[in-house]
Design a protein around this ligand. Structure first.
Ligand SMILES: [Zn+2]
Length: 141
C-alpha cells in the first residue's frame, strides 16, 4: 500500500486508499472545531482562524502542530480518546497552531499535560484554560 505522505520518525499519514476512515476521523476533529467556534461566538468572541487538520495514523505522541501555522496533526488514537482527553489534545495543538509553545505546569500546554491530571481530565477546566489562550490571541490579532 502506497502512503500518501510519510513523515520523519516513522510517522505516517493515512493513505488515499484509507480515505473513508481518514475522512471520518478528520470529520470528528473538524466537528469539534465547529463546536469550539460556536462556543466562542456564544461568548461574544471571534471564531478561530481557519485550522488545517491532518490525521496521523501512528506516532509516539498524541498530536503535533507547527507553531503559528494553524496546521494541526492529531493521531487516530487520540481522536478516539474519551471526550475530555480528546479535547485536551486537540485544543493543545490548536494553541500551538496559534503560536504558543509549551508552558510548564499549564494543564493544557504543558509538554506532558497528562502528569497534571492524576484524577482524570476535567473538560471544563481544559476549556477555561483554552479560552485564556484564545482571548490573548484575539487581543493581539
Ligand atoms: Zn505540545
Amino acid at each position: 500500500m502506497k502512503l500518501a505522505n510519510r513523515y520523519s520518525k516513522g510517522v505516517t499519514l493515512h493513505s488515499k486508499s484509507e480515505g473513508d476512515l481518514r475522512y471520518s476521523l478528520r470529520r470528528k476533529v473538524i466537528n469539534l472545531i465547529y463546536e469550539t467556534n460556536r462556543r466562542l461566538q456564544a461568548l461574544g468572541m471571534a471564531r478561530l482562524p481557519r485550522i488545517e487538520v491532518r490525521v496521523l495514523k501512528e506516532a509516539d505522541y498524541a498530536g503535533m502542530a507547527y507553531r503559528g501555522t494553524n496546521i494541526i496533526h492529531i493521531t487516530e488514537c487520540a481522536i478516539n480518546y474519551q471526550t475530555a482527553k480528546q479535547r485536551l489534545v486537540i485544543w493543545h495543538e490548536i494553541v500551538h497552531g496559534l503560536g504558543w509553545g509549551h508552558v510548564e505546569g499549564c494543564k493544557l500546554m504543558d509538554a506532558n499535560p497528562w502528569r497534571l491530571w492524576s484524577n482524570g481530565v476535567e473538560e471544563s477546566e481544559v476549556w477555561e484554560t483554552f479560552l485564556k489562550y484564545v482571548t490573548e490571541y484575539q487581543q493581539k490579532n
